[in-house]
Design a protein around this ligand. Structure first.
Ligand SMILES: [Zn+2]
Length: 142
């Protein structure tokens, strides 16, 4: 397993109190996922919510910021077509099961398994992310 530099939010507080630089395992994609070589991550107010807390915060730590992601697919899981490799992509940060009644009706945010990258799932800061294929969009602006 390879590692790369990352950062964790370890609890609620100021950046000096709650952000820690760490080595993060470089993920291998699960069968329905791709791994992205991240080129850009925007800061989002969600990053502040994750660090400062909010009413729906589940209180689990560490969290890893970075939900708005653009990059290139560098590895695919066994169930993903190889033609995604080297594709420029942007990532929609909401992840759902794609299989329940809500998802099949296009109401992904109502899914009981709905999670947000950067809060419920590890974000992309600083440079690598494993993400489900269902949240990727080909980047037409490269
Ligand atoms: Zn669902």
């Amino acid at each position: 397993m390879f590692t790369h530099a990352g950062s964790h939010i370890t609890g609620h507080g100021t950046p000096a109190e709650a952000v820690e630089l760490v080595d993060v395992d470089t993920p291998n994609p699960d069968p329905n996922e791709v791994r992205i070589r991240v080129e850009a991550v925007a800061l989002n107010h969600l990053d502040v919510f994750a660090r400062m807390g909010h009413p729906e915060d589940d209180g689990t730590f560490p969290k890893r910021s970075g939900c708005d992601i653009a990059g290139f697919v560098d590895s695919v899981g066994d169930d993903v077509d190889d033609d995604w490799i080297d594709e420029a992509v942007i990532v929609y940060p909401g992840v759902s099961c794609d299989d329940c009644e809500y998802c099949l009706n296009g109401e992904h945010t109502m899914c009981h398994e709905y999670e947000i990258i950067g809060e419920d799932r590890p974000g992309a800061l600083p440079n690598t992310l494993s993400s489900q294929r269902g949240v990727l969009r080909r980047n037409q602006n490269r």
